[in-house]
Design a protein around this ligand. Sequence first.
Ligand SMILES: CCCCCCCC(=O)SCCNC(=O)CCNC(=O)[C@H](O)C(C)(C)COP(=O)(O)OP(=O)(O)OC[C@H]1O[C@@H](n2cnc3c(N)ncnc32)[C@H](O)[C@@H]1OP(=O)(O)O
Length: 213
Amino acid sequence: MTPSPEPAHDRVPLAPFWRQWSDRAVARAPAGWTGLIDELRDLQDAAAASAPPAETVARATALLADARRLLAAHTVADDEQLYGKLLRLPGRGQTLSPPLRLLSWTATEIVGEVTFGRFHSGSNDAVHGGAVALLFDEALGRLSDLDDRPPSRTVSLRVEFRSLTPVGRPLTVRARLLGQDGRKRRLAGVLRDGERLCAEADGLFLALRPGQR
Ligand SMILES: CCCCCCCC(=O)SCCNC(=O)CCNC(=O)[C@H](O)C(C)(C)COP(=O)(O)OP(=O)(O)OC[C@H]1O[C@@H](n2cnc3c(N)ncnc32)[C@H](O)[C@@H]1OP(=O)(O)O
């Protein structure tokens, strides 16, 4: 696999399993679905950042309950859900972890950009450590399963927090495949704010056997 000539997240090569998984969700997604997910992400940040008066709390709670009832009327099994499966989109259509935008990639390295919102703040405008681990799981997992490699699962993830990870600024994440030994893939990642190292991680991913979920 050669480095991408025109880096763009939606051109990241997907292995057959993930391409099918993602394309099936794209085909079933109704018009406006990605707008709903973007709104949900903005809502999480707005809720985390606000200190509203009681009338606003009551109105927002009623609106949220309405939205929840509308969506819950269309609950489906995990296999049929759309959330998190749009792999060609930064954030892949989910709000658990902040959108990871892949800027460049080879078979053994990806570089991406991420901005944490207030929703992922732990305290003092610093990102919660668990959210940093979430980002690494996402970035290392994405590289682990890139190209034609069979799908894998994280079996071990170790994170070292080197300095505070700021909220609201574009950060760079770099993941590398260090080696493969049978089903085992060793990966490492770094998260930087400009030149400053915020955190680094190493992980072990295990390729699933055929039929294993
Ligand atoms: C596209 C979206 C990107 C997002 C990516 C997100 C990725 C994730 O978060 S996945 C979710 C979190 N991970 C999980 O839930 C995994 C839970 N674990 C499992 O399901 C199982 O352990 C599974 C299926 C991965 C492997 O089970 P199984 O096939 O029975 O493997 P098993 O025989 O136990 O182990 C295989 C080898 O790995 C080794 N191994 C297993 N776990 C570990 C570990 N934690 N540390 C070190 N080695 C390990 C074993 O020792 C064994 O080594 P050897 O072959 O040398 O004896």
